[in-house]
Design a binder for this molecule. Structure first.
Ligand code: ASP
Length: 462
């Protein structure tokens, strides 16, 4: 492969253009194309990246890719190499502080953690973390382990099972809290599945990620990590939680129960919301404030149930008007054992789909209904269509979120293919995935994001 260090990661067309204009990586350049001039630093590329684009870090912090063949000239103004390695400092050990384990799975938080130097690095050892976020040592002794290094869209049953087993191992070893670094996109799936695979944990299991990489001034990486580590070290909430920015500002983080949380915005730092309930607690550098005492408490024992199983032949279907029965038929024909439908309103699909539902019932495929409104309950007794669907074997899942239902069904079918037993597992709340009622203040309250709501909360919350 054509490559060398001065042109790190570049191949093919992009490499030729850079060589032609004598512009190695870390050059500060004006890159000229017929569409305009782009200024920035030429970044190295990963081995797997394509060979067509030159990537520039622009002064505002964003990276852009420019098609190499469109480049007519490159003016090199200087060299600005980012510090590629974080200064490693030994993480201090204090026998009076709790021992926390950080399990890394990947995501933005793992790939760019040096918020001061702006370096693009997979910071992960305790020393590197301490070098970039020294505040972590105020709360604990930290040990780290990289389980995976993937963006979270690549997480799946194999990684969920591996993570659940690693959690069991660490609890056995005696750690007082676990932090899981994870990409945000699929964090709520993983939080839910771990809530089922790891039951009755004696310690907090805190998932954390970042919406903005740490080479950007607005990064949430360091603060989220500080909040998560504090929660793992000091909180008495022994559940699987997600810890991310609460409001759009960096005022506090929120702790969300693993089965009631969802990523709700593609770019806001305050993207995670508890749905149909209030969050568990808020956390800042100084304190953790639970919003109620409805949570499982930390214990000293080491008893935990790890049940790491998953049936992969499970699907989730998001209903849309005019959906045809062939969608369901093809799942049946392809050997799927379970289907979660996210239906409209109270849990509906159109009549043309009914024959396929009947066929699913005949073939022993487990079909469950959730609502795409996210807040509220499936209600299949209100309209006769709901009753018809129940007769076709579709089981309503109350206020279980669609993604939670998907992972719970995979987990349930991983244990048994006896559909009555699966139904019993699905309808028995294990970790708050079904609640008896949604509190009136469980609709966005405490979760900020809208200035008026923020203002209201700060006025009236004591
Ligand atoms: N696509 C990334 C992921 O989910 C984004 C992130 O890390 O937040 O892994």
């Amino acid at each position: 492969m054509e490559n060398n260090n001065a042109y790190k990661g570049y191949r093919g067309a992009a490499l030729s253009v850079l060589k032609n204009f004598k512009a190695p990586v870390w050059s500060d350049v004006d890159l000229i194309t017929p569409k305009g001039t782009y200024s920035g630093i030429i970044l190295p590329r990963s081995e797997k990246a394509d060979d067509l684009h030159i990537v520039l870090k622009m002064p505002i912090g964003y990276n852009i890719g420019i098609l190499a063949e469109a480049v007519t000239d490159i003016k090199v103004k200087g060299q600005k190499e980012a510090i590629y390695k974080i200064p490693e400092k030994a993480f201090p050990v204090d026998p009076n502080k709790p021992n926390i384990k950080l399990l890394g799975t990947g995501g933005t938080i793992a790939s760019r953690l040096d918020y001061r130097t702006g370096a693009v690095i997979p910071a992960f050892s305790p020393g590197e973390l301490y070098g970039s976020v020294p505040e972590l040592a105020d709360y604990c002794n930290l040990d780290t382990e990289k389980l995976y290094g993937v963006f979270s869209e690549n997480m799946g049953p194999e990684q969920w099972i591996g993570t659940a087993k690693a959690i069991g191992r660490e609890i056995d070893k005696g750690v007082q809290g676990i932090v899981i670094g994870h990409g945000t996109d699929v964090m709520h799936h993983t939080a839910a599945v771990l809530s089922f695979m790891v039951q009755d944990s004696p310690i907090p299991i805190v998932m954390v990620g970042s919406q903005r990489s740490s080479d950007r001034p607005s990064s949430d990486a360091a603060l989220n990590l500080i909040h998560a580590v504090k929660t793992a070290a000091e909180s008495d909430i022994a559940e699987t939680m997600v810890c991310m920015f609460g409001p759009t500002s960096d005022e506090y983080g929120l702790l969300h129960r693993g089965t009631r949380v969802r990523k709700m915005h593609s770019s806001y730092r305050s993207t995670f919301r508890t749905i149909g309930d209030i969050p568990l607690a808020k956390v800042d550098r100084n304190e953790i404030t639970p919003f109620s005492d409805n949570y499982k408490k930390r214990r000293k024992d080491r008893n935990v149930t790890i049940n790491p199983v998953f049936e992969e032949k499970v699907s989730m279907v998001y209903y849309y008007p005019n959906m045809q029965p062939d969608i369901i038929d093809s799942l049946i024909d392809n050997g799927y054992k379970g289907i979660v439908i996210a239906g409209t309103g109270l849990g509906h699909v159109n009549k043309p789909v009914y024959p396929a539902l009947k066929r699913a019932q005949e073939k022993g495929v487990a079909v469950y209904m959730t609502v795409q409104t996210l807040w509220g309950y499936v209600q299949m007794y209100v309209y006769d269509t709901g009753r018809d669907m129940m007769e076709l074997g579709v089981v309503p899942l109350a206020n279980m979120l669609p993604e939670v239902a998907y992972v719970k069904l995979g987990w349930a079918l991983g244990q048994t293919h006896d559909l009555d037993k699966v139904k019993e597992i699905m309808l028995t709340p294990i970790a708050g995935e079904i609640t008896e009622r949604e509190p009136s203040n469980g609709y966005l309250i405490f979760q900020g994001g809208i200035p008026e709501v923020e203002e209201f909360i700060s006025k009236y919350r004591k």
